[in-house]
Design a protein around this ligand. Structure first.
Ligand code: ADP
Length: 424
């Protein structure tokens, strides 16, 4: 490790670091206090960053040591710079307001705050969600993280919406906990592909979370922190309103867009039970143009199978296509022509589940393994995990796929969609 350099940050400053895609940088807090999106760094503990873009913030001042197997920092990072202007005080204030509600809910045995973070892409929504979750954990709560951003798949794989309890600080290297997530596979990366299905699944997830909250006072009081997609215009805005209603969010944090804030404030004016708060975007948030998002998606799927540090070894298997029962949602006719009024065109039923009949279309697809006991439950039952179709032999009618574990798949039925990626 020839490179070693130190940064002394005064209170309220942050060090913004963008590690190059395939490079590694080690960060250690030597003295003082520091955190990454609310996760405290223990003094002396080495944080390994691979391709990550983040900020190490300090409330009280810190000495950070950066080490890398490189000649100079530029070899492993795109940028490293100190910033003194951050929205952390505003974020902390928002967190404190939510925290008071949690405590009141715990006292009264009632429902804690359901906080939803909304705003365009690349304004730091996911990072703010982590911060809110981490601060709640510090105060002894285990809130539920809900991720409705199907494009990135912060909890499960891209193409899905998911929820998970957060009982410990979010791991800076690994992200949100993935051990016991509740996952629904929407099967596309844009809600525009099948908005009816998106709404249906958000409602399913909401109903299940309601049941969990009803059954457990602590889960209820801790509430939720809901991350959303960055599509805030037209249909995207409608879906956002739908999510707010379906999950009964009562704290709406709008990051980085005044127009969305003013739209939502007129929309929610009559709702005295909903607090709408405008928060600034951090100047450190890194923009990710669409090709980079696509790469990030593939990286996320790779992480699902291989682990954040390549510590998992997925299993590759080949089965006859007829042994796999693969279904797809949407596309089929809503009703037989005979049942329609004369002259009416049959419309595709967005919630129709139909079997996939040819294996060719599955190449490079991510398939969800469903817990459903029969195909008619494929939509309403959550998924157990995912497999990735790495090869299809159309002459022999076989499908080769990667699965996170050996042995039989955890469910009989598979769900396909349009999530395709290339993993070498
Ligand atoms: P969104 O969810 O709104 O798309 P993210 O929270 O994912 O935005 O942020 C986009 C990227 O910017 C992520 O890689 C994140 O780690 C990074 N990032 C966020 N805040 C900062 C910051 N203050 N300094 C450096 N990088 C940041």
């Amino acid at each position: 490790m020839p490179l070693k350099t130190e940064y002394k940050l005064p209170q309220g400053h942050e060090l913004r670091i963008e590690v190059k895609e395939d490079k590694e940088l080690l960060v250690t807090a030597k003295q003082g206090q520091a955190e990454v999106f609310g996760t405290e760094l223990s003094l002396g503990e080495q944080l390994t960053l691979r391709g990550q873009k983040l900020a190490v913030f300090t409330w009280h001042g810190v000495v950070l040591e950066l080490t890398a197997d490189a000649e100079c920092l530029e070899d492993v990072t795109d940028v490293v710079y100190e910033a003194d202007e951050t929205p952390m005080v505003e974020y902390l204030n928002a967190s404190n307001v939510v925290e008071q509600r949690r405590r009141a809910a715990r006292e009264a045995g009632g429902q804690g705050p359901r906080t939803i973070v909304v705003g365009p892409t690349d304004v730091g929504k996911s990072s703010l969600c982590k911060l809110l979750l981490n601060y709640a954990v510090r105060y002894g709560f285990a809130p539920t993280a809900v991720d409705l951003d199907i494009g990135q798949g912060g909890i499960a794989a891209p193409g899905s919406i998911a929820a998970t309890p957060v009982e410990a600080p979010v791991d800076v290297e690994e992200g949100l906990p993935v051990e016991v997530p509740l996952v629904y596979f929407y099967s596309h990366v844009s809600p525009a592909d099948n908005p009816e299905l998106y709404k249906f699944l958000v409602e399913r997830l909401a109903a299940l979370l309601d049941r969990r909250a009803e059954a457990n006072a602590e889960v209820r009081a801790a509430g939720m922190v809901i991350n959303t997609m960055g599509w805030v215009d037209g249909l995207g805005y409608e879906l956002l309103l739908h999510s707010i209603a379906a999950l009964r969010a009562d704290v709406v944090l709008v990051v980085g867009q005044d127009r969305l804030y003013s739209q939502l404030s007129s929309e929610l004016r009559a709702r005295k039970d909903v607090s709408l708060v405008r928060l600034p975007k951090s100047g450190g948030v890194v923009m990710r143009p669409p090709p980079l998002r696509k790469l990030a998606r593939a990286a996320r799927v790779k992480e699902y199978f291989y682990g954040a540090h390549g510590e998992l070894s997925p299993h590759s298997r080949t089965l006859g296509f007829s042994e796999l029962r693969v279904y797809r949602v949407g596309g089929g006719p809503r009703a037989p022509t005979s049942a329609l009024p004369i002259g009416a065109e049959p419309v595709a039923d967005p919630l129709r589940v139909a079997p996939v009949t040819s294996p060719g279309e599955l190449l490079h697809s991510l398939l969800a393994v469903s817990h459903a006991p029969a195909p008619e439950f494929l939509l309403s039952v959550n998924v157990a995990g995912f497999i990735y179709v790495s090869d299809v032999d159309v002459t022999r009618n076989t499908v080769t796929f990667l699965s996170p574990s050996p042995g039989p798949l955890p469910g009989k039925f598979l769900l396909a969609g349009s999530v395709k990626l290339f993993m070498e």
